[in-house]
Write a protein that binds this ligand. Structure first.
Ligand code: UDP
Ligand code: MG
Length: 312
């Protein structure tokens, strides 16, 4: 009894990695007993030779299928495209740079066969990432899980195994701006975790700069929590109470001691502080309204130019 399984790989300018990736994953896939694999490669609008190399792979091996997106839509969209196209009973998204060790695939499938619907690969050691990336990631998870009801497991990337029922659940989620980590966590299901140490990138540089990561984190917060909108109400209330007490104090003080002129500095501080709090809260509203705007346009998450290869 063979089971059809899918590997989903987003590629963005990974020309230098494709050969090594292919050579590393194939033995790992073949090591899984009773399995028939399809490898869904998503070319996310690469500008190097990635697409040609992928198409060559698909022509040589019917297990490979290449989804050619019309432009660069970003990793989240590329992953969504691949998961939508995958037909296996279980789907494993994996990075093309070999930072997700393919040796884990066999134990993941084993855990799935033992009854898990989601098998998470947990990075127990992120020594390969820089100090800044590790620290900021840790803070992101801590803060996110503090303000949001959807708990995102710490140090778990998109590398995981998901059962067909989970795939179908993901497809039901209508949002266009897809924060996959959050969506994966939101759908739930029986989950098992496997530990691994995260290695360095095989070749090339990470596509996520500090600024891109910051925007990614904002996306995560605003898609899964409205707490940032709410804190301003309380902050405003506390500020109003404080200023009322201060006003009362000033009236009483003036009645008892007469008018004292000094006080420009404190006045300025109060005005500037409140002004900046207001600006920040307007900015926060903007983050959400911007997302409402993007969602209401109902544009598709990605566009496929062409599908290459595949046995069916
Ligand atoms: N990726 C993509 N589209 C993008 C950026 C990245 O499909 O716009 C792919 C990339 O090719 C790789 C995976 O997403 O397979 C992870 O990217 P990267 O290694 O740059 O991220 P990091 O490991 O630094 O988080
Ligand atoms: Mg990487």
């Amino acid at each position: 009894m063979t089971q059809r399984l899918s590997l989903v790989v987003p590629f963005y300018n990974e020309g230098q990695n494709i050969r090594a990736f292919h050579d590393a994953i194939m033995p790992c896939l073949e090591a899984v007993p009773d399995s028939a694999w399809e490898i869904v490669c998503v070319d996310d609008g690469s500008t190097d030779a990635t697409l040609e190399q992928l198409v060559a792979l698909a022509e040589a091996d019917p297990r490979f299928r290449v989804l050619e997106l019309s432009r660069n839509f970003g990793k989240e969209a590329a992953l969504t495209a691949g998961i939508d196209a995958a037909s296996g009973e279980a789907v494993i998204p994996i990075d093309a740079d070999l930072q997700d060790p393919p040796e884990l695939i066999a134990p993941m499938v084993a855990a799935w066969r033992a009854g898990a619907e989601v098998v998470l690969a947990h990075r127990s050691d992120r020594a390969a990432d820089g100090v800044m990336k590790r620290k900021s990631a840790a803070w992101f998870y801590r803060l996110h899980n503090l303000v949001s009801k959807t708990h995102i497991p710490e140090n778990v990337g998109d590398f995981r195994l998901i059962d067909r029922v989970v795939v179908e659940a993901l497809k039901q989620l209508p949002e266009r701006q897809r924060f996959m980590k959050g969506l994966f966590a939101w759908v739930g299901f029986r989950t098992v975790t496997i530990d691994y140490a995260r290695p360095s990138r095989q070749a090339g540089a990470s596509k996520f700069s500090g600024w891109a990561l910051w925007n990614f984190a904002l996306e995560g917060f605003t898609s899964f929590s409205t707490a940032p909108l709410k804190i301003w109400t309380y902050l405003g209330a506390v500020g109003a109470v404080c200023s009322f007490i201060y006003a009362m104090f000033t009236v009483v003080y003036t009645l008892l001691r007469g008018i004292s002129v000094p006080g420009y500095a404190s006045l300025l501080v109060v005005v500037l502080f409140l002004g900046s709090v207001q600006l920040m809260s307007i900015g926060l509203l903007g983050e959400y309204i911007g997302r409402i705007y993007l969602e209401t346009k109902q544009r598709p998450t990605y566009l496929v130019r062409k599908i290459h290869g595949g046995s069916k």
